[in-house]
Write a protein that binds this ligand. Sequence first.
Ligand SMILES: N[C@@H](CCC(=O)N[C@@H](CS)C(=O)NCC(=O)O)C(=O)O
Length: 253
Amino acid sequence: MNELKVFTFAEDWGLPTTGPFALKLLGWLNLAKIPYHQVFENRSGKGPSGKSPWIEFEGQRMGDSQRIIQFLGQRHNIDLDQGLTAEQRAQSVLRRRCFEEGFHQVLEWELFVHPAGKGFIQKVVAESAPPVISKMVSFSICRHFEKQLQARGLGRYNPAEVEHIGRADLDALSTLLTGRRFLVDDQPRLVDLAVFGQVAPMLCWPMKTPVAEYAKTLPRVRTWVENMRTVCFSESAVLHSSDTPGQESAAQS
Ligand SMILES: N[C@@H](CCC(=O)N[C@@H](CS)C(=O)NCC(=O)O)C(=O)O
């Protein structure tokens, strides 16, 4: 009853989950040394806010990585940003929101609109859905995200413009990492986790999509991702168990 369950998309690409916001949350739990039980669930629609990740704790279900981190942080009296100056905190908020709101759309565009990303979604769906409906399921997942991207704005740009936008964010990240191990301090803070969640999947996935391919050419971004993986996700950093119910289909609401 008191066990903290964390529902995330399944692991892949050498990462404990493919979900950007779930990566941030898992990294935070590992750094905060809070034990949890990771449950793979690829259907985000099952969560309380229709998005992944979410938690179950003491009979309560809660969605949204930021809300969950705030809730658990208060409960355990943990603030990973403790000691940062007001300016560092302000910089952190803006950088986090740039990547979670802006760059996240680029990631979704490469995964659900670019042919190479769509191919991956089709493969994941085919592994779990019955063959007769598999094509239809992956089509409707990609269509759902395409419509969302239209509504949010990025879907209205052409592919070259999307690539330009994604590269610009990565160039800014690479510049900010000049001469630094982490983004605002000499240890990972919440902003590192949030940005890592959005960038690491692209650095790690094998699909040849333009912005992901570009990310892989940036040495400072690669080194920072590796540092984050070592500090937040190496075996000694993880206090959790996992199981795999409900891997029936790829990400969908
Ligand atoms: N603000 C939320 C965002 C979560 C989110 O956008 N999750 C994506 C997966 S990375 C999702 O579940 N999308 C499904 C949908 O939009 O239908 C958080 O911080 O957890």
